[in-house]
Each structure stands twice: as structure tokens, then as C-alpha cells.
Design a protein around this ligand. Structure first.
Ligand SMILES: *Cc1c(COP(=O)(O)O)cnc(C)c1O
Length: 361
């Protein structure tokens, strides 16, 4: 069976090495030495000033919205994972959808201004498949209308734009270190911001609002992560360059094997160094997509409709016209991509897809 993804596990001795230390110290959570070490090593690797390791990518989004004290309407993308929208609603704000760009699949900055009202407080956009949003256009609009910007950078580990980490853009970037993501700590996530005051606030928020052991500041939540998760993060981080390299090799192999397949791929922002975190293709029709899934499934291959459905169809959001998101989400498919996927798997998947295309009944 070949699934769309398979979590990377480091050699077990490397994980055990960290467990040994946890047993010796008997310190399991609450900002322990491994959590500290992981934060330092991630900052070094990504060349960031500040980063907070948190429980997951969803709590990172919730803390970001809370830290910026957002109220009212938040402009966002309907083409993302459900957490991008559900966190807005969970925090008592209203998601206002802006359609996506048909080439990049990211929020279309030229359509943002028409949805800004006197209740709008922020823009929350996703770097879809790790492909950076047009961060400069978004920043310009945000400055003009005095809006905050949060990026859901769950897919964007290791992505650079104009020579710096994509995590540095916006007021806050959040990431996910879930097991299926390119860098992971089993469950985990991160908050990144350049403003040290904002980082301080978010560090209180993730720890129940504690400002010291016996004093509380703002309303907080438990957004901490454990020594065991940090251990996995540290063990995986040692292999991240290899993991990123393998993704690029596999994407190149897919491109070659699928050269004659009539599908659309995301156009990567100029000036960006992409991480190839997914291999998405967009068929011309949903029918072609369904036929392709069906033949792959017959051969025990399970790609994933990602993202499907468009978040504009959730039961708890207001209705906005977003025809491009609705159309792309019906036709987008992520093909299997993970560290141990072989060239022959790629060739086999490609042969099946081409068979569907070249043999229409
Ligand atoms: C994975 C993901 C999340 C949620 O992250 P978790 O760590 O699973 O909570 C949020 N947004 C996007 C775009 C994601 O892909």
C-alpha cells in the first residue's frame, strides 16, 4: 500500500539517546531542556530571532489570534486546511473569504480590498503547499488599512523568500510539526514573530498566562509541548536536509514521468525557494480526478484530495463567492510523497495516471 504520506522516523537509537536524558532528569514537560534546545536549534537552522515551540499548529493559530487581540472580521483563504478557518471562529471572530489566485492557489491580493469593512482587523493567509503568498502585496494592503497579518505556514518549513525564512513575514507566522509534515515532532507547532513584546505575550499565553510561578497576566491556555515531542523534533531535525533534498528529487522525477499529463501545477512565487512539501496536480475536470483516484486505489495507492472541500462550504461560515477555490478544490489531488517513496513507485503511479488520460471510454 502506498499512502499520500508516511511519517519519517529517525533511527530508534537517536530517539533513545534523548529518552535516556529524560529518564535521568525526570523532567517531562513545562519548558524543559529539550524543548529549549529544540527552540534554539530551530532558530539556528531557520535563521530566526524568535520561535516558540507549542502543542500543535492549531493552538499556534489560536494563540496568534489572541495575542494580536483580534476581533470582528478576519480576511482569509477558503483553500486551506480546516484549522485555518475553525480557529478564527473558535476565537470568536468571523472569517471573510477572499478567492484564490488561479495560478498560485494562494489568496488573491487583488481581491482583498473589496472585502475590507470597518470591522476588518486582520488577514490570515496560508502559504498553500509551502508556496509563499504574495507577501509584499499583502503587506502593502495591511499597512494601508492598518490590519494585522498572520500566515499559516504549516506547509512552509524551510521555505525562503528573498533570502530569508518565509516564517519572518507577517506579524506572526504559525507552523505545524504534525507527523505528516515535512519537519515534525509527532505533534507540535511553532509561533514566530519579530516583535519581542509579542513573543513575550505569546509565551505567557501558551503557559496558562503565568508571568512567573505565582503570578498571572493575560488569559492563557495550555499550549506547551513536552520533552518527548521535543526529543522527536531534535532527532528529526538532524535529518531535515536529507528529507528536503529527497522531496526535490521526487518532485523532479514526478515532473519527468508526468510530462505528458495534462494537469496544472502551482506557480511558485518568483524569488522563493520552495520545499516541495507536497506534489499537487490539478485536473481539468473533477471526473478525470475521480477516475484517476479510482485506478490508483485499485492498485492500493491512496493519493489525497487536498484541500477538499473548499472551506467556503463549512456549515459555520457566512457565504462568500469564491468560484476559483470551489473549482480548484474539486480538481486538486496530492500524489504520494514521502522520504521512502521509490523511483519505481513514481513511475508506476505515472503510468496509471497516463493510462486514464490516454484511454477515455
Ligand atoms: C496541518 C495544518 C494545520 C494544523 O496543524 P496541527 O499541527 O495538525 O494542529 C493548520 N493549517 C494547515 C494549512 C495545515 O496543513
Amino acid at each position: 500500500m502506498i499512502n499520500v504520506t508516511k511519517p519519517f522516523l529517525p533511527p530508534i537509537e537517536e530517539y533513545n539517546h534523548y529518552l535516556q536524558g529524560i529518564w535521568e532528569r525526570n523532567w517531562l514537560t513545562n519548558n524543559g531542556p529539550l524543548v529549549n534546545d529544540l527552540e534554539i536549534k530551530l532558530k539556528e537552522y531557520l535563521k530566526l530571532k524568535h520561535l516558540l515551540f507549542v502543542g500543535n499548529g492549531t493552538i499556534a493559530l489560536q494563540i496568534a489570534i489572541k495575542a494580536l487581540n483580534l476581533k470582528g472580521e478576519i480576511i482569509t483563504t477558503p483553500f486551506s486546511y480546516v484549522a485555518t478557518t475553525s480557529t478564527i471562529v473558535w476565537e470568536g471572530c468571523s472569517p471573510v473569504f477572499v478567492d484564490i489566485d488561479p495560478k498560485s492557489f494562494n489568496i488573491d491580493p487583488t481581491k482583498i480590498e473589496e472585502r475590507i469593512t470597518d470591522k476588518t482587523t486582520a488577514i490570515l493567509a496560508t502559504h498553500v503547499y509551502g508556496n509563499p503568498c504574495d507577501v509584499e502585496a499583502i503587506e502593502k494592503i495591511a499597512n494601508k488599512h492598518n490590519l494585522k497579518v498572520i500566515y499559516d505556514a504549516a506547509h512552509a518549513f524551510g521555505v525562503q523568500y528573498k533570502g530569508k525564512s518565509i516564517f519572518e513575514y507577517g506579524d506572526i507566522s504559525t507552523s505545524s510539526f504534525h507527523a505528516t509534515k515535512i519537519f515534525h515532532s509527532t505533534e507540535g507547532g511553532a509561533l514566530i514573530a519579530n516583535d519581542p513584546e509579542l513573543i513575550k505575550t505569546m509565551s505567557y499565553l501558551r503557559n496558562f498566562g503565568h508571568v512567573s510561578s505565582d503570578a498571572f497576566g493575560p488569559v492563557g491556555i495550555n499550549g506547551k509541548n513536552s520533552e518527548f515531542h521535543a526529543a522527536m523534533g531534535l532527532a528529526v531535525l538532524k535529518h531535515i536536509d536529507t528529507l528536503l533534498h529527497l522531496r526535490k528529487v521526487q518532485a523532479t522525477a514526478y515532473n519527468k514521468a508526468l510530462a505528458t499529463l495534462d494537469v496544472q501545477r502551482p506557480e511558485i512565487l518568483a524569488g522563493a525557494e520552495w520545499n516541495y512539501s507536497y506534489y499537487p496536480i490539478v485536473f481539468n475536470t473533477e471526473e478525470q480526478l475521480l477516475k484517476s483516484i479510482s485506478i490508483l486505489n485499485e492498485h492500493w495507492i491512496y493519493p489525497r484530495r487536498y484541500f477538499y472541500p473548499s472551506l467556503s462550504s463549512l456549515s459555520y461560515v457566512d457565504t462568500y463567492e469564491v468560484p476559483i477555490s470551489e473549482s480548484i478544490s474539486k480538481r486538486a489531488l496530492c500524489l504520494p510523497m514521502f522520504h521512502s517513496l521509490k523511483q519505481e513507485d513514481i513511475d508506476f503511479i505515472a503510468r496509471l495516471l497516463l493510462r486514464v488520460q490516454n484511454n477515455p471510454e
